[in-house]
Design a binder for this molecule. Structure first.
Ligand code: ZN
Length: 265
């Protein structure tokens, strides 16, 4: 019997089975490597998506107003001012968390109203409307009149910060208006740069000078009315915002004794 004939036929089978196992093993390892690669790609894609989402969130945060409660319509803004003034008048002002507000406002501002107030030390808009930091955009000048710089500041407040309301705030016994009345009546110039205040308030004083009664009170109100008109018709930014109903310009007079702001029609 030759060697070949002596060979157990099952040995051949065993040999081919071993080969098959080797082939199968290599196939499996190829498949495993393929799966690994797939997983790696998937993870890479996931990470990419995560980064995209993070960037989106970051962008949202940057664009988000620091005080979402300050995003108001012109009417809601006025309502909030008046409610704040009522609390101030009643002596029940809120406790303001200045530390928290400071941190929230480090990256931006979105005040809910702008105020053109007299510089008089007795008028403090943030107190008078019981508002915190970042709530009111305030321009102050003795006699509360709108210069070019004031108009530019209000344009910034409206166009950039999205302020929906401007309040021109006069007050009782305004020294600037009183000085203008006396200067015009006596034809006597005030010293230093003060004649510029007189010039600015003069139109209101002249408009009421022939009327009977409380000329000072009337001139104060007329001065508020004049400056409401000046701001709401200031082209091109403020007048357009008023036309588009994004902005209201209103006037009020602050009472020194009770702190109440009387709104003018
Ligand atoms: Zn004043």
């Amino acid at each position: 019997m030759c060697e070949t004939c002596r060979e157990n036929p099952f040995d051949r089978f065993r040999l081919s089975r071993r080969k098959m196992l080797i082939v199968a093993a290599s196939l499996l390892s190829v498949k495993a490597a393929g799966a690994k690669e797939e997983k790696r790609k998937e993870k890479k894609e996931e990470k990419k998506e995560e980064k995209k989402e993070e960037k989106k969130e970051e962008k949202k945060e940057t664009n988000a107003p620091p005080k979402p409660q300050n995003v108001l319509s012109p009417d809601a803004s006025l309502e909030r001012l008046l409610k704040g003034n009522s609390r101030y008048v009643e002596g029940v002002s809120l406790r303001h968390d200045f530390k928290h507000e400071r941190e929230a406002l480090a990256g931006g501002q979105n005040p809910y109203a702008a105020i053109l107030s007299c510089a008089d030390s007795r008028i403090a808009p943030e107190y008078a409307f019981d508002s915190g930091r970042g709530d009111l955009f305030v321009c102050r000048v003795a006699g509360n009149f709108a210069t070019s710089e004031v108009i530019a500041s209000m344009e910034y407040a409206v166009a950039v910060l999205g302020v929906p309301l401007i309040l021109v705030l006069g007050h009782e016994s305004c020294g600037a208006v009183d000085a203008a009345i006396k200067s015009l009546r006596d034809d006597k110039a005030l010293p230093g740069h003060m004649p510029s205040l007189v010039d600015a308030v003069a139109p209101a004083v002249k408009a009421v000078s022939q009327q009977a009664g409380d000329v000072l009170g009337k001139a104060i109100r007329q001065n508020v009315i004049d400056n409401v008109g000046k701001l709401s018709s200031a082209t091109p930014i403020l007048s357009a915002a008023v036309e588009q109903r994004k902005l209201k310009v209103v006037g009020g007079v602050y009472g020194l004794r009770d702190g109440r702001v009387e709104m003018m029609a």
